[in-house]
Design a protein around this ligand. Structure first.
Ligand SMILES: [Zn+2]
Length: 799
């Protein structure tokens, strides 16, 4: 472990970063990464970090952003400003006709003549507490130094709790819940050119990086850094958001800088508002009338919410850092909570609505609400649904599956089984809701007689597991969509990352391949569980075991594993073939099929196809059609996708559904629209390729566990109990061989066209004489003379 990273720190001393790549893992740097099962992961962030690990890095070679463009923007705003002034006058309920329910709870400031003049500070309240805030400018916060780096403790308890402004310091609105939805810094609904700042250290630390939960690239100083950071010499730094419409700002969430190398966070800030970006007024304490100073962060990752003492209607909002970590810089990531307000004068273009025409339950559902919703769908569509549980989480929550098919509860001969799994990382909440929406949608459309949905339900058996890690989800849900941060709730209750917890079958397969044993001695499919994995002391989560048993019980053909935090479809292998390689293209023998499957999802997902979309964090997957080989992104040993491919017949890809792991509820209709067609079209791909039944020529009975091999593809599939099989293939001519123990092998050619499949490719196998003899003897019969003569003739020949 004596490796030294680029920064000059010994590798062994690097604190693993929470996450950088989608929902990937810190091990991607090669820090502690090996060909081994990862038992559990370090927590997201262990709390205060030793000062010795703050590294003074050089920001050399990076040009500060071109100021001209910003100047042009300000000019454009200035020309627009008069209209704003006329229209709004000043933040006022009467002018804008606010009708939002929250205005009754939290009084909106009284109208005042000039926006530059802050609203009268003191309310004519009677028994107000006279709490004065002493505004201390540039007070340096001294961080406690620790002598030695303590390794992270288990993730469940590690995170400091989310803090809001302590009462007594600020006049807080009564309600502590975020009242208004996020403006969309995290979800990218707020575009880069809506963000501006007093200065920035480099382009990669520009205002466009000041977004909640944004993840940095691998190295500091690159184009994709993990926060907005003002220049060191900037005495009055600010970060500005242009909401583009009159907006009722109600709160601010901040985080520090996401970085492996540095610790930077803001410890307090003020807030200002403007309608024209020239004249500003500050957020005041109601009692003292002084500028409110909001307490901010005490670590880089935990989001801290501050609700404004009084919501303000304006177009622009500025965060003005007052103090920050000593020795660090003024760096932050933020989200703004803001409610749209009506614009009776029609001066602004309409705010595009995030909507869906489907009348579905667009909310986040905790465990109880999810169970209730599934029950409702089951009651609405009893003939095509069945709820079952595949096991329990560590905390005893059931892993519910919704089965949807015309004959729920049974495998019909020739009908393929497909599945969607969501929420193996509990904090990646969108997949869970998409599956709950999908089951409602399929039920509604089936009742309406929609032909596409009816066909899907009659020709396939669909299994939807919305929550593979319900314990992790409950943790994330309690924190809420904006305050959960980037990693809390990812692991199961034991601190296990379920996507590293499946048996590593890649290593035994590749070792056997290197020795030339595959496929003659060692099969290229259905690799058995290694012995160590089945021992009582093996670190296998109950959730993982439940899914493995489920995979073994049902002859699944196709699956997708829904994650969040990026916008890309990744396909197996997820683990690099070269040990210790952090990333390396590692295709399966079914590369063509996997690329096709991934392309189908990415190509029908509206967000992935949006030509104007910007990258989520630090990689632009749209350059490659929004698909990537998992191992070529970052290696994941013990992934569910690799396991599914090597232990069962099922082809599974990972879908990273959105930049935001836990989108706000009001984003759900849009996310449903983004994914609806993709979710349906992907399942329909089970028709691509060949399918059929392998039967005994004499009895016409199906042969279970017969092996279907395709020439040129070193990965076989097997038949289900009834002898039926599905082999996903892209269009082309194939030589297909069916073999089963005790039968003569049969090879035939099958052509897959671009027409809707699957192409029937049936087999009738003849028993070998040896097998007939075996069966007769087992049945206690005497060998008939003709068979005895044939056997004598064949003696010496090999079967
Ligand atoms: Zn994930």
């Amino acid at each position: 472990m004596g490796r030294v990273l680029r920064s000059g720190i010994p590798e062994s001393e690097v604190v693993p970063k929470t996450e950088t790549q989608g929902c990937g893992l810190p091990e991607k740097l090669g820090v502690g990464q090996g060909r081994m099962r990862i038992k559990s992961l370090p927590p997201p962030f262990p709390g205060p970090q030793p000062a010795g690990y703050r590294l003074g890095l050089l920001y050399s070679g990076y040009v500060t952003p071109e100021r001209g463009s910003r100047r042009r923007l300000l000019l454009a705003l200035a020309t627009f400003a008069p209209a704003v002034d006329v229209g709004l006058g000043a933040p006022s309920t009467s002018v804008l006709g606010l009708a939002s329910p929250a205005t009754t709870k939290v009084p909106v400031p009284t109208p005042h003549s000039s926006p530059a003049q802050p609203s009268a500070g003191k309310e004519n309240g009677t028994s107000e507490q006279h709490v004065r805030i002493r505004v201390i400018k540039k007070k340096k916060i001294v961080m406690k130094k620790r002598k030695k780096l303590t390794r992270p403790t288990p993730p469940v308890t590690a995170r400091p709790s989310v803090t809001t402004s302590p009462s007594g310091t600020l006049d807080l609105p009564e309600k502590q819940e975020p009242d208004c939805p996020p403006l969309g810094l995290e979800s990218l609904r707020v575009s880069d050119n809506q963000l501006d700042a007093s200065s920035s250290q480099s382009f990669g630390l520009g205002p466009h990086r000041g977004r909640l939960n944004i993840q940095s690239g691998l190295e500091d100083g690159d184009l994709f850094d993990g926060a907005w950071c003002a220049e060191q010499q900037d005495a009055e730094p600010w970060l500005q958001v242009d909401a583009r419409h009159p907006t009722r700002f109600s709160g601010i969430i901040t985080q520090g800088r996401n970085s492996i190398w540095r610790y930077d966070w803001v410890t307090s800030y003020k807030v200002q508002f403007s309608n024209d970006s020239r004249t500003w007024w500050g957020s005041k304490n109601r009692s003292s009338g002084m500028d409110a100073v909001f307490p901010a962060n005490s670590d880089p990752e935990t989001p801290v919410l501050n609700l404004l003492p009084e919501p303000q209607v304006a177009r622009f909002i500025r965060l003005l850092p007052q103090t920050w970590l000593q020795g660090g810089a003024s760096c932050l990531r933020a989200e703004i909570l803001a409610c749209p307000v009506s614009d009776p004068n029609g001066l602004f273009p309409e705010v595009p609505m995030l909507g869906s025409s489907d009348s579905l339950d667009f909310r986040h559902h905790d465990y109880k609400a999810m169970r209730k919703l599934m029950k409702q769908v089951n009651e609405q569509c009893p003939n095509i649904t069945r709820i079952y549980s595949i096991g329990k989480s560590h905390q005893g929550l059931k892993l519910y599956v919704m089965e949807m098919s015309d004959q729920p509860g049974e495998h019909e001969l020739g009908e393929p089984e497909v599945r969607y799994v969501a929420g193996m990382h509990g904090n990646e909440a969108l997949g869970r809701e998409l599956l709950l929406l999908l089951m409602q949608f399929l039920c509604h459309e089936f009742l309406r007689g929609d032909p596409r949905v009816t066909r899907l339900l009659t020709e396939t058996r669909i299994h939807l597991l919305p929550s593979m890690n319900p314990d992790g989800y409950e943790t994330a849900f309690r924190r809420g969509s904006e305050l959960v941060g980037w990693a809390e709730g990812r692991w199961n209750h034991q601190g296990i990352d379920l996507n590293h917890n499946f048996a590593d079958l890649n290593t035994p397969l590749w070792e056997a391949e290197d020795e030339g044993l595959v496929p003659d001695t060692v099969p290229n499919h259905h690799l058995p569980l290694p012995t160590y994995y089945t021992l009582p002391n093996a670190t296998v989560a109950p959730e993982t075991w439940a899914v493995i048993k489920w995979m073994q019980r049902i002859p699944f053909v196709l699956s997708a594993n829904l994650h969040g935090g990026e916008l890309v479809v990744s396909y197996p292998f997820d683990m690099t073939r070269t040990p210790w390689a952090a990333r390396e293209l590692t295709p399966t023998p079914d590369e063509a099929v996997f690329r096709w499957l991934s392309t189908v999802y990415a190509g029908t997902n509206r967000a992935m196809q949006d030509p104007d979309r910007r990258p989520c964090h630090s990689q632009d997957f749209s350059l490659y059609g929004s698909i990537i080989n998992g191992a070529d992104w970052h290696t994941v040993p013990g992934s569910m996708n690799d396991f599914s491919y090597l232990h069962t017949n099922c082809f599974e890809v990972t879908v990273e559904l959105s930049c935001d792991k836990f989108p706000h509820e009001n984003e759900l209709p849009q996310e449903w629209e983004n994914n609806k067609d993709a979710l349906l079209t992907y399942l329909e791909q089970v028709r691509m390729g060949i399918a059929g039944v392998v039967r005994d020529k004499d009895t016409e009975l199906g042969i279970a566990d017969a092996v279907i091999s395709v020439d040129g593809i070193n990965h076989d599939v097997t038949t289900a109990w009834g002898g039926d099989y599905w082999r996903l293939l892209t269009p082309g001519d194939y030589m297909v061989t069916a073999s089963a123990e005790g039968y003569h092998t049969v090879t035939r050619s099958c052509r897959v066209t671009f027409e809707e499949g699957p192409v029937p490719c049936n087999f009738r196998l003849t028993k070998t004489p040896k097998q007939r003899l075996r069966e007769l003897l087992a049945a206690g019969a005497k060998v008939p003379p003709d068979l005895r003569r044939r056997l004598e003739r064949l003696r010496g020949q090999k079967n």
